[in-house]
Design a protein around this ligand. Sequence first.
Ligand SMILES: C[S@@+](CC[C@H](N)C(=O)[O-])C[C@H]1O[C@@H](n2cnc3c(N)ncnc32)[C@H](O)[C@@H]1O
Length: 311
Amino acid sequence: MISPPILERLSVLGDETRTRLLALLERSEFTVSELCSVLQVPQPTVSRHLKMLAAEGWVESRAEGRKRHYRLSPSLDDAARSLWRIVRDEIGGNGVYLTDAERARAVLEHRRLRSTEFFAETAEGWDEMRADLFGSATGLAPLLGLLDPRWIVGDLGAGTAALAVRLAPFVRRVVAVDRSAEMLSAARARTADRDNVELRKGDLERLPIDDGELDLAILALVLHYVVDPPAVLSEVRRVLGPSGRIIVLDMRRHERGPGFTDAMGHVWPGFETGRMEAWLADAGFESSRVVPLPPDPDASGPLLFLASGTL
Ligand SMILES: C[S@@+](CC[C@H](N)C(=O)[O-])C[C@H]1O[C@@H](n2cnc3c(N)ncnc32)[C@H](O)[C@@H]1O
């Protein structure tokens, strides 16, 4: 007769060493030698129980150098998880588990000290190491979590849709507008696997967007290409719904001369922050602010500002 899985689960849980292991591995990853020192049990015993827990799908391990790190399996099924919760709640306050938890804290404290030591030595080179390991765009990535998942966001003057694809996982839909067929074709290739990015060909002066369709409009590095920015800002206002927001990323006024401006096809040599503030206010945006961004050591172009406002 085949035993129902739940009974197999119960038989695994009917051993104190194994439940002590699970209680530890639920909170953190541990190596075999760490588990031995916490449980004060010989290594062959710990290894034998870990082997059984792994065979029954309760724990998983990963190799790091010559060490193997164990943890509670993240893919434990619901029945096993509820069973474990019942057992854990019953045994959690018992002496041996409390002692285990205290010893485990000492092991983890040792790890914490290692990371503190690492950062004490790395502080000066950390920015470079961070960019090296995770890329320079990671710095502000946490802010994407501030986006409201119900929003429809316009990426106006979207270019190759680099920003649109970064925004897409965090909002309902991104409407990416650009007038250049070539840019849109690059954007199409980039967004092929995104079903919530919609590309529309059109001008900022007459946006192919309905009245009040957007919750947020972003104009990133496009306003200096526009002949009449105040007219574009009021057009943006038209397509924003109540409490809609605008964000403008652009160049601060610079003195690079026509060599730079003409080569890039710019209409404006950037904007004074005061002028930008006045334009936003005239277009009806409230609580607007224009904040100069700090120079990026890797960038060779003019300095930037970030402006924002709400209807
Ligand atoms: C410098 S790119 C910036 C692209 C993108 N926002 C980014 O940050 O990478 C400016 C884009 O705006 C588009 N553009 C310029 N003026 C426009 C206008 N009046 N209407 C629509 N698109 C415009 C250009 O075709 C170009 O793709």
